[in-house]
Ligand binder design. Structure first.
Ligand SMILES: Cc1cc2nc3c(=O)[nH]c(=O)nc-3n(C[C@H](O)[C@H](O)[C@H](O)COP(=O)(O)OP(=O)(O)OC[C@H]3O[C@@H](n4cnc5c(N)ncnc54)[C@H](O)[C@@H]3O)c2cc1C
Length: 401
């Protein structure tokens, strides 16, 4: 094969399909390649790739935020119809060789070993294995900073006290859950078909805030707003790392959440993966005639142009600043963030390769903050990463761990 993609999540499917369309002999391997996806996916509407059919969008809503006060984002949020997106990407897989199997490593360049003892070979191997990064043998040096969330799916009439029609709450930092300690926010989005997802979210914590805490807070928050979810309401559990270093294993291209394309300030990676997939496939197709090394280098440069590397570093500094903030400071920080002009907010939340724009947004944020928060933003660039947020200062009951 020319290209073997490991992982049949959205990033792997999108890239495998685009490689096949670019004329490359392509394979895709996953323990359960046909398994439907269960997560709720969303992205900012302006980031929707132009070639996505409208039928893959379940709902669109105007983005709103509560930090200390309410803010309108100024752009729209699109909630994906996940089965429709899956079906759409599967339809693009014509000609792709699909293998069911669990990848356990890449013992040599261009070779992938499977758990059943068999192996697959390709000129270029792509690790699109999401948070598992099956082709990255390097163990994490410290505990990961993780986004965790616990959500329930309720009827839109039941959620009316929190979410109006055409409305999406990107973040609601009001402490309506009634607990001190590690700050969490409510994320509430329409799913279409009269349903709404309400999710208590810990944006990032090292390690992730445990599910029982999030569940308890969600129920307390809903009660506070007079919402009692039905006993049999479907739930969603979110857990993934937001501080993976860049995937730099020799002979392998990291793609999707494995790259990592995850933005630590939102946890989003879907839009970036869908946008980059055709560009990466084009780079591979253009350079494979010069050898797999050249093709891999070109694909890596497409995923990680120098500017994107700088921004990855800047975003991780922002993440470490967040992990250092005392709980009371977090809503103040987001109040400053969402008070910034729209262009700065948009650039910081979405641009992967606009160093000047991202630096301008960070500069604007720095100027608008004062005192300890300002110091924290600066010192995070030079201090060692936070080892753990598990100190008793977080205020979480120890019984949750
Ligand atoms: C509940 C939830 C909600 C989320 N919501 C959003 C959202 O709204 N917007 C957004 O942008 N992001 C969201 N995310 C983040 C999310 O992880 C992704 O953006 C998206 O799933 C990443 O796609 P991916 O294809 O890179 O990885 P994944 O979707 O994680 O897919 C990885 C694939 O690799 C396969 N794999 C793993 N190990 C192996 C192995 N050893 N061998 C072979 N295959 C393997 C897995 O089976 C899986 O199919 C959410 C995550 C969760 C958990």
């Amino acid at each position: 094969m020319d290209v073997l993609v490991v992982g049949a999540g959205p990033a792997g499917l999108a890239l495998a399909g685009q490689c096949a369309r670019s004329g490359l002999t392509t394979g895709l391997v996953d323990p359960a390649p046909e398994r439907p996806w269960t997560a709720t996916y969303g992205m900012w509407s302006p980031e929707l790739p132009g070639d996505l059919p409208p039928s893959v969008i379940a709902a669109r809503a105007a983005g709103r935020v509560f930090a200390q006060t309410q803010h309108h984002l100024g752009w729209e949020y699109a909630v994906v119809d996940v089965p429709a997106l899956h079906a759409h990407l599967v339809r693009q897989l014509t000609g792709v060789h699909i293998h069911a199997g669990r990848v356990v490593g890449s013992p040599e360049r261009g070779m992938v070993a499977l758990a059943d003892g068999s192996s697959l070979r390709a000129e270029v191997v792509v690790d699109a294995g999401g948070r598992w990064r099956p082709l990255d043998p390097i163990p994490a040096r410290r505990g990961a900073a993780e986004q965790t969330a616990y959500g329930l799916i309720v009827g839109e009439d039941d959620a009316a006290a929190l979410l109006g029609p055409g409305d999406a709450l990107f973040m609601d930092w009001r402490p309506d859950h009634g607990e001190a300690g590690w700050p969490t926010f409510l994320y509430a989005v329409p799913l279409g078909g009269g349903e709404v997802l309400v999710e208590e979210t810990s944006l990032a914590r090292r390690p992730g805030l445990p599910m029982p805490t999030l569940r308890r807070r969600l129920h307390a928050r809903l009660t506070r707003h007079g919402i009692s979810p039905p006993e049999d309401a479907r739930s969603e559990k979110v857990w993934f790392p937001v501080d993976h270093p860049r995937h730099e294993v020799r002979g392998v291209l990291g793609f999707g959440a494995a790259a990592p394309l995850i933005h630590p300030a939102t946890g989003f990676s879907l839009a970036a993966s869908l946008q980059l997939a055709p560009q990466v496939a084009e780079a591979l197709a253009a350079h494979l005639p010069d050898g797999p090394g050249r093709a891999l280098t070109a694909a890596r440069r497409t995923v990680w142009p120098p500017a994107a590397k700088v921004i990855h570093r800047l975003r991780r500094i922002g993440l470490e600043a967040l992990l250092r903030m005392p709980p009371d400071e977090v809503p103040v920080f987001f109040e400053q963030f969402f008070t910034m002009p729209e262009r700065h907010r948009w650039t910081y939340l979405t641009a992967r390769d606009d160093v000047r724009g991202t630096a301008a947004a960070m500069g604007c944020l720095y100027r608008s903050t004062g005192g300890p928060l300002r110091r924290r933003l600066v010192t995070s660039a030079v201090r060692r990463p936070v080892k753990s947020n598990d100190a008793s200062a977080t205020g979480d009951p120890p019984s949750d761990r």
